[in-house]
Design a protein around this ligand. Structure first.
Ligand SMILES: CC(C)[C@H](C(=O)O)[C@@H](O)C(=O)O
Ligand code: SF4
Length: 468
């Protein structure tokens, strides 16, 4: 564990180090400053109020995602109260500063963490920040990406640098062949169940192991997306051949020829040394892993879909587990698969990419959503939406009974606009199941797209491995 070698995290860090500062932080060069309307509008507004300029607008990109309407045929109107202040404020500021913005109506518009990797704006080996906690998603493309506050965002916008305390590092290895019906979402839920929602506190996590080497880049993004749900500073997967194939030919990636060759060689050199040093290590064997589903109001409250709700008395914090069960209206010993669902939601920056929709469609093809279940799919971006339509996945989903929407954060988090009735129970491909996350009194069970689709059909939480 404690060799002298450097990990991918150390290598990216060292390449971006501008100076070690007296207060123990390091000033890092930031390659990409990414914005969405919800946090970008306030950051740009305070920048303007302080009379500061962007350091380099060509390194800053924005999209509209949090408050946009996702209903078919949408316009500029937002269902979120005061949402139009964010939309118009962000649009005007982006124009003033010359920021490339994937606005409502742009073919590339979508959820930030989906759009920036698919356009090749988020790149391997890059440092990337956004005032959003799930910026760690971009670790799936082998960069160091983390969420910042609005003040740090202003600093990054005006200097293209940020002072950061070097995080402790953690190696998380997933080894073994991934069983059928088990996906990246299940891996990260299993990890969080194992180490706890505070178990990664402040760490930069490198995800590795044979199961990750065999996982596509979109799955790696799902994994990294939820690093923050165990309180990690970020998560990433080191660059490899699968990643290069993903990044190649993306619109903002280095063009074919010598610039691509140079970049690809540099990226591959970022892989961790065999004797790399980490502060902690966790090993998870995936051979016998079941699809995971949460029963409580924290992502750490997850079990196999074929299991029962545990006895709170046997958990590290019985009182928290009791409270969670009370909110979720569930009882210890209940079989997860006996829990009925009112809503099935496919979407969010965790699981709204084309691979996710393919997985869901495989389950839904020729099947119908159970009576009484409201099923909604919000593709993560315009590009995902078009790809799904080209493949006919939208037909499979709508014929099964899913609503097919326009890209955005949608029902992932309730912002006062569209929501579900209090008490509604959702099976959801999102990343947070906190009280009220999807609306006041709404009860969220986190799961993979396969499990969401299987549960939509069954009308209760269901095991995607067992559909007839
Ligand atoms: C609104 C935004 C800043 C927030 C975040 O930081 O993650 C949101 O995306 C979320 O998922 O809760
Ligand atoms: S999809 Fe959900 S988790 Fe992701 S950025 Fe939007 S609100 Fe946050």
């Amino acid at each position: 564990m404690s060799g002298d070698g450097r990990s991918v995290i150390d290598k990216i860090w060292d390449q971006h180090l501008v100076a070690d500062l007296d207060d123990g932080t390091s000033l890092l060069h930031i390659d990409r400053v990414l914005l969405h309307e919800r946090s970008g509008a306030p950051a740009l507004r305070s920048l303007r109020e302080e009379g500061r300029q962007l350091y380099d607008h060509s390194l800053v990109f924005g999209t509209m995602d949090h408050v946009v309407d996702t209903r078919p045929g949408r316009g500029d109107a937002t269902p979120v109260p005061s949402g139009d202040l964010f939309i118009h404020g962000f649009r005007d500021a982006a124009r003033t500063h010359g920021i490339t913005l994937f606005d409502i109506g742009d073919v590339e518009q979508g959820i930030s963490h989906v759009v920036f990797p698919e356009l090749g704006i988020a790149l391997p080996g890059a440092t990337m920040v956004c005032a959003d906690s799930h910026t760690c998603t971009l670790g799936g493309v082998g960069g160091l990406a983390w969420g910042v506050g609005v003040t740090e965002m202003e600093h990054a916008l005006s200097t293209q640098t940020l002072a950061v305390r070097r995080p402790p590092t953690m190696l998380v290895r997933f080894d073994g062949p991934l069983p059928d019906g088990v996906h990246a979402k299940d891996l990260i839920l299993a990890l969080i169940a194992r180490i706890g929602a505070a178990g990664g506190r402040g760490h930069a996590i490198e995800f590795a192991g044979s199961a990750i080497a065999a996982t596509g880049v979109e799955g790696r993004m799902t994994l990294c997306n939820m690093a923050v749900e165990c309180a990690a500073w970020t998560g990433l997967v080191a660059p490899d051949g699968i990643l290069l194939d993903y990044v190649r030919a993306r619109p903002y990636a280095p063009p074919a020829g010598s610039s691509w060759e140079q970049a690809a060689t540099a990226w591959l050199s970022l892989r961790s040394d065999a004797d790399a040093r980490y502060d902690r290590r966790v090993d998870i064997a995936v051979d016998d892993l079941a699809p995971q589903v949460t029963w409580g109001t924290s992502p750490q409250f997850a079990v196999g879909v074929d299991e029962r709700i545990p006895d709170p008395g046997l958990l590290p914090d019985p009182a928290a587990a009791q409270r969670a069960l009370a909110y979720m209206d569930l009882a210890p010993g209940q079989r997860m698969q006996d829990v009925p669902v009112d809503v099935a939601f496919l979407g969010s920056c965790t699981n709204s990419r084309i691979d996710d929709l393919r997985v869901a469609a495989r389950v839904l093809r020729g099947r119908k959503v159970a009576d009484g279940v409201r099923a909604i799919c919000i593709p993560g971006s315009g590009s995902v939406r078009r790809a799904a339509e080209r493949e006919g996945l939208d037909k499979v989903l709508t014929e099964a009974g899913f609503a097919w929407r326009e890209p955005g954060c949608g029902f992932c988090f309730f912002a006062g606009g569209e929501g579900f009735p209090a008490g509604a129970r959702t099976i959801s491909s999102t990343n947070r199941n906190f009280e009220g996350r999807q609306g006041p009194g709404v009860r969220t069970h986190l799961a993979s797209p396969a499990t969401v689709a299987a549960s939509a059909v069954a009308g209760h939480i269901a095991d995607p491995r067992e559909l007839p």
